[in-house]
Ligand binder design. Structure first.
Ligand SMILES: N[C@@H](CCC(=O)N[C@@H](CS)C(=O)NCC(=O)O)C(=O)O
Length: 209
């Protein structure tokens, strides 16, 4: 919506404080949902596609073959976020090591797709942000925060992905996609999930005292 300069209001929902009104409109009890007057839409990809049909500029390619390929990659974003999440939200060193061992297979798929994308970037379809970018950026943003806490350097082995990540994380619509206190809220989330990253944060804070 920010990339399209849509006027909207946002209500943040936390996992522990899902209110009845939210549970009534969200079939899976998950975010995001989009209210358009009296209609409610759910599922990120469905919402993004709806917005893309309703509000210019088109973020999906005009060419049907390219559009279908883009949709295939936005579909893969959930597997991708799962693989990254296993590393970021691992609770123990052992789980973290195992998730990190599995991660390159997923990263390589994206590296290959960027290699084959027939443009010089910096975004998935070239010089304009598109829906594939929008689908992956939130997870790259969160992964990047955890890399700052417990660095793995895993993206170093995937130069196209690393450059894509850097381009996305410096895009203003992506930067503005989270509230100003996001870093703080995200750290609380790492603690609530009892992650290894939270333990490291606590150790760093104790060492700094
Ligand atoms: N496939 C869904 C996934 C939605 C989803 O898993 N949302 C997470 C946040 S990223 C959520 O609401 N989690 C809270 C919960 O599961 O209780 C989509 O893309 O919209």
């Amino acid at each position: 919506m920010r990339a399209k300069k849509v006027d909207f209001e946002v209500t943040y929902i936390t996992k522990d404080t899902k209110q009845d009104w939210f549970l009534e409109i969200s079939p899976h009890g998950k975010v995001p949902v989009l209210k358009v007057d009296d209609d409610v839409l759910f599922e990120s990809n469905a919402i993004a596609e709806f917005l893309d049909e309703m509000v210019p500029p088109r973020l999906h390619p005009e060419d049907p073959i390219k559009r279908a390929r883009n949709r295939a990659w936005t579909d893969f974003a959930s597997s991708w976020s799962g693989a990254l999440g296993k590393v970021s939200y691992a609770k123990t060193k052992e789980d973290h090591a195992k998730a990190l061992e599995d991660l390159p297979a997923t990263l390589q798929k994206i590296e290959d797709s960027l290699e084959r994308r027939e443009n010089d970037g910096p975004y998935f379809n070239g010089d304009q942000l598109c829906l594939v970018d929008a689908a992956y950026a939130p997870f790259l943003m969160r992964f990047n925060i955890v890399e700052g806490i417990n660095p793995t350097g895993v993206l170093e082995g995937f130069p196209k992905l690393k450059a894509w990540s850097e381009a996305l994380l410096s895009n203003q619509a992506v930067i503005d996609s989270v509230p100003e206190d996001f870093g703080e809220v995200f750290n609380e989330n790492l603690h609530r999930r009892e992650t290894l990253a939270a333990q490291i944060l606590d150790e760093q804070a104790a060492a700094a005292e």
